[in-house]
Design a protein around this ligand. Structure first.
Ligand code: HEC
Length: 432
């Protein structure tokens, strides 16, 4: 009996080996096996006009890159993802499954065949290049900026009126850089011209405001004036999408402040960056807000390889943590977000063990986390100001807070949701 089973399973094994060896059935092709993987995981960045060096939308564009693709996906360098996989689960996790990596490698090793065009899945749709779909509103910098060929360009700021006569609920937003090659980052803030700068309620930072920049009073004023962050776009991040039932509020009469950080690349050129929004058709159940849990009062000593800086903020009401975004500059080494609840329990929410200035991204919690009032967000960052850090422009200098990349920052941007009070007010008041 035993032998019979053995023989049968041997036979089965032979059968499947024979089956696997038949080229027609299993040699992966671009059209059938690879395009679905690329469309889902790569083309947000690898398409014309985006950050990556080549398009992976079609066979012709992808084919010359197979050697590099094989290497980068096997080593999990691509798609970029910095979070420690053992801590937390994130809905925008871009890491490939092992079976997808195996398929890509098998495709390349078998000669990277195109296959039959009729197997191609439908290409993802990017209307006019927007990842968020066709925006309901687009705002542009008021002028074209001339980016010099070289030198240091201070952060540039422009104010753009929204001209909104009613409150708007943003469900998706995206920055379209006018000239990616010379932009380090672009941020759009919401600013209330009536009340001046204010941070959203709900999460109070424990270290107060940013230090002023005494060397340059005009710059300090601009920083004070920025208001609350709406969306940022740097080297590694995607468009911003709210969860269904969530929205970020832009009140009637608000202004946008565009902040652009230009990094000249040897050629004089121009830029005009835009931001696009999609709006909810009705007020959402939850209002999403964003607060930078920051520490602006540190001095990282020269030649110090492992300098710790901490920040924290306290929830002033029950809230739901939605998304986390660590931000440091080139001396940034690692970043951790923890949640400490009023009963003293502590939980790590996000661990970025090898922070990379070039791949900053938001991490959206797969299961948004309900936290009671009095809970704290605690952030711990480490900086490497030694010569062992290959990105360090000058290990012989003490480093403090500042805009430019050779200065430092320490911010744990935290997006949290509160029940939409505007909705409650509307309902209680009986207005429609
Ligand atoms: C978040 C944006 C993003 C995603 C998603 C992404 N890439 Fe990239 N990729 C980039 C950027 C930007 C570069 C160039 C900078 C660099 O190499 O660090 C790059 C570089 C590469 C390179 C190196 C090209 C060279 O110069 O040799 C390969 C190969 C690559 N990507 C493949 C992929 C594949 C395959 C996927 C999907 C499985 C993917 N990438 C997903 C942004 C992305």
């Amino acid at each position: 009996m035993k032998r019979l089973i053995l023989t049968a399973s041997l036979l089965l094994t032979f059968a499947s080996v024979a089956f696997a060896a038949s080229p027609t059935s299993t040699t992966p092709t671009f059209s059938k096996d690879i395009a679905p993987i690329f469309y889902k995981n790569c083309v947000d960045c690898h398409r014309p006009g985006e950050a990556a060096p080549m398009s992976l939308l079609d066979y012709k564009s992808a084919r010359p890159w197979i050697k590099s693709i094989r290497e980068k996906v096997s080593e999990r360098v691509m798609p970029p993802w910095q979070a420690d996989p053992h801590v937390g689960k994130f809905s925008n996790d871009r890491r490939l499954q092992q079976k997808d990596i195996d398929t890509i490698v098998a495709w390349i090793d078998a000669g990277a065949k195109e296959g039959d065009a009729k197997d191609l899945p439908k290409q993802p749709d990017y209307p006019d290049g927007w990842s968020i779909g066709k925006p309901d509103a687009v705002f542009s910098m008021p002028e074209t900026f001339n980016v010099p060929a070289e030198g240091v360009v201070e952060y540039q700021h422009w104010t753009v009126p929204s001209n909104f006569t009613e409150d708007k609920w943003v469900t998706a937003a995206e920055i379209k850089m006018g000239n990616r090659a010379v932009i380090h980052h672009a941020i759009v803030f919401i600013y209330d011209p009536k009340t001046g700068p204010s941070l959203p309620d709900g999460l109070r930072t424990n270290l107060g405001r940013l230090p002023q920049a005494p060397r340059d009073p005009s710059r300090a004023r601009v920083q004070q004036k920025l208001g609350s962050l709406l969306i940022g776009s740097g080297p590694g991040d995607q468009a911003m999408f709210m969860k269904p039932g969530h929205g970020m509020l832009i009140k009637a009469g608000m202004e946008f402040i565009f902040q652009l950080h230009y990094t000249p690349n040897g050629h004089a050129t121009t830029d005009r960056t835009r931001v696009g929004f999609r709006f909810a058709t009705e007020p959402p159940k939850f209002e999403d807000r964003n607060v930078g849990v920051l520490n602006g009062r540190f001095t990282i000593p020269a030649n110090e390889a492992n300098y710790m800086v901490e920040s924290s903020a306290t929830f002033t009401e029950d809230a739901t943590v939605m998304s986390l975004f660590p931000h440091m500059h080139v001396r940034g080494k690692s970043f951790e977000f923890r949640l400490v609840t009023p009963d003293g329990r502590s939980q790590i929410l996000l661990e970025v063990p090898k922070y990379d200035f070039n791949w900053q991204a938001g991490y959206n919690l797969a299961e948004p986390l309900l936290v009671p009032k009095g809970s704290r967000i605690e952030c711990t960052a480490y900086f490497d100001n030694s010569k062992g850090n290959k990105f360090n422009p000058d290990p012989s200098k003490d480093v403090t807070w500042g805009d430019q990349t050779w200065e430092e920052m320490m911010i744990g941007f935290t997006t949290f949701a509160l029940p939409n009070r505007h909705l409650a007010a509307t309902m209680e008041g009986g207005n429609r």
